[in-house]
Write a protein that binds this ligand. Structure first.
Ligand SMILES: [Zn+2]
Length: 622
């Protein structure tokens, strides 16, 4: 075997689930306008709603992180009242005012609404959006607008008007229908200095409609780093593909490193959230050959060994739990409940040992020892203790926890599976038994068991890195696990249907904001390890994380709506065992992966209101 260690591991770290308020104590705020990822201008609405069991004291509005004013609160919202019947005055929970977006500079801005309860708790809802404006921030006078020489064209719900005389200047502009406003909004303004220059877009044959029409936010400080040295990442003559948004922090500008060297990548990890302050030019995808590589002799032989050990079939041996004694009982029970419910639904694969790590380092040491004995040959143990053993120790002393990893030790005799979970802890590294945390513990355990289930269906192990089709692409692996965790959570009532729908809406919104800052990057860009490392060198780990979790989750909701829950949860994985992930996709979902990408990218261009019914959500009320 070519692997130097002789042991290939499937190692998955899952991100911390967002915290939820306790079910019996509501605090929710939703900023509805401005709409994240959209373009606002002129004088428009700034509105939303907030409810709290403790009562709302005030709503503060922050513009680009600076306090601006309090929003008037108490407007009629019958819809919110029916969504929160248990909260007093929820039907008078609106806030709304007229706001002059034209006073903001053109470009990207963030408005946040902060709800303060009478008990002093706060919660924030934010939207990052673009503004457009005319040269003058307020245009007045009866004759200020003259459309006598203006010509218009229409396409879909957009109106393009050229040569409009406004406040004495000539402009071309685009108006777009906005559902939230029930009206048209100006989304693009270009001063018409005779013929406006058109992008000298080369007639590249990539299907990047976006590249021709994409406009960067105003005042981007393009970084003088040439991405296009050995490869072409964006259509820029100097290869300057990335820039800082107008309000980017100096700390990010000083420390964020571009480039694909291991050192750049390492340093970038510390400052990875700086990409939130950046914008990238439309990404030119690398072309991947998505033909499943023929099986090697080693893969066939590994498959035969694993099948004879019963790897891909349910086992009779019950899951074993190894629990640190410092974890409060309700958390242990919730974690077991999540794991056992997932096993009940999917089948009992393994043999599986689950480690629940607390915050006591000595107890974590014992678990690390057990884990390394269980998952490794004796001669591999010291390496395990230094690697995953150390991760287990870190879980104990680093808060917040709420994370875990799964491992398939497939070439041990007999092969075994493991999952390690560290429940959430607060800033004093104390566990919490709040209802929301217990729900998270159930969900994390169900999510990780789905990785065990995926691991059990993977028998053609040992493909080399350049082979295609046998190790699951990242968005399929994580997207299906998020899909499953949400599915089981709704089915068993761990979360309400409403919370599960909110997650879909939030992911759809996150994808819109992602598309604004990382144009033309999609799940098609992480199918192979070469594509993944190429994208990693472009926009970092957070960028790939969004493709795995948000895009992956929605992709499987979309596939479920086209086929069925059984297809996503069972048929696909049964076929995957023998066909690999891409061929199984073709067979179960009735289209090739490449065809799906094109269809899914069209879906992503729709508004959230248009997307929800396609995902089978017809009755969404925030
Ligand atoms: Zn995961």
């Amino acid at each position: 075997m070519s692997s130097p260690t002789g042991l290939l591991l499937l190692f998955t770290v899952c991100s911390v689930l967002s915290l939820q308020a306790r079910a019996d104590d509501v605090l929710r705020i939703m900023l509805e306008e401005p709409v994240a990822g959209e373009i606002h201008g002129g004088v428009g609405n700034l509105r939303g709603w907030a409810v709290a069991t403790d009562g709302i004291d005030k709503i503060e509005i922050m513009i680009d992180g600076v306090y601006a004013f309090d929003a008037p609160y108490g407007g009629a919202r019958g819809d919110v009242g029916s969504a929160f019947p248990e909260v007093a005055n929820a039907s008078e929970s609106g806030f709304s005012l007229a706001y002059a977006y034209s006073n903001l500079s053109p470009g990207s801005h963030t408005i946040s609404a902060v709800a303060h309860t009478l008990e002093g708790d706060t919660q924030t809802s934010s939207a990052t959006f673009e503004t457009v404006r005319f040269k003058q921030s307020f245009i007045s006078g009866a004759d200020a607008v003259d459309l006598a020489a203006t010509s218009c064209t229409v396409a879909g719900d957009e109106i393009s008007a050229s040569n409009a005389l406004i406040g004495g200047d000539r402009y071309d502009m685009v108006l777009d229908w906005r559902t939230a406003e029930q009206g048209f909004e100006i989304i693009k303004v270009v001063e018409d200095v005779n013929a406006v220059s058109v992008d000298n877009d080369s007639d590249s044959d990539t299907a990047d409609d976006n590249a021709a029409t994409w406009q960067p936010p105003a005042n981007v400080e393009w970084i003088e780093y040439n991405f296009n040295v050995t490869d072409t990442f964006c259509d820029d003559p100097e290869g300057f593909c990335a820039g800082w948004l107008e309000n980017a922090s100096q700390e990010c500008k000083d420390n964020y490193q571009l480039g694909g060297s291991p050192q750049n990548t390492q340093t970038r990890l510390q400052y990875e959230s700086c990409v939130d302050e950046m914008v990238f030019k439309p990404y030119i995808s690398s072309v991947a050959d998505r033909t499943t590589t023929p099986l090697t002799d080693a893969q066939r032989s590994n498959a035969a060994t694993l099948q004879s050990a019963g790897w891909d079939q349910p086992v009779s041996q019950a899951v074993q739990f190894r629990v640190a004694a410092d974890i409060p009982t309700p958390i242990v029970e919730a974690s077991k409940e999540g794991m056992l419910a997932a096993i009940d639904l999917l089948g009992n694969y393994g043999p599986l040992r689950v480690y629940l790590v607390g915050n006591d380092l000595d107890l974590a040491d014992e678990l690390a020892n057990d884990f390394c004995d269980y998952n490794y040959r004796p001669d591999e143990k010291s390496r395990c203790l230094a690697d995953q053993g150390e991760s287990i120790r870190e879980m104990a002393y680093i808060y917040p926890g709420g994370n875990g990893f799964q491992q398939s030790s497939w070439n041990l005799a007999p092969p075994v599976q493991s999952f390690v979970h560290n429940p959430y802890a607060d800033e004093n590294n104390q566990h919490s038994v709040a209802e929301g945390e217990l729900v998270s513990d159930k969900i994390v355990n169900a999510h990780e068991y789905f990785h065990v289930y995926q691991g059990a269906h993977n028998i053609h192990r040992g493909a080399d890195d350049l082979s295609f089709g046998w190790s699951t692409t990242r968005w399929v692996e994580e997207g299906a696990a998020v899909y499953f965790e949400q599915f089981i959570s709704a089915r068993l009532g761990w979360q309400t249907e409403q919370v599960v729908k909110n997650r879909v809406v939030n992911d759809l919104k996150a994808m819109k904001s992602f598309a604004a800052r990382f144009p033309d990057i999609s799940i098609r860009d992480v199918d192979t390890s070469a594509q993944t490392s190429r994208l990693l060198s472009y926009c970092g780990e957070l960028c790939i994380g969004a493709l795995q979790y948000e895009f992956g989750h929605i992709a499987f909701r979309y596939l479920e709506a086209k086929t069925s829950q059984d297809a996503v949860l069972f048929n696909y994985w049964d076929e995957y065992t023998h066909l690999g992930w891409a061929e199984a996709f073709n067979k179960v979902f009735g289209q090739s992966v490449a065809e799906f990408y094109t269809e899914f990218e069209t879906f992503l261009l729709l508004s959230v209101e248009e997307q929800l019914p396609i995902l089978g959500i017809d009755d969404y009320e925030p």
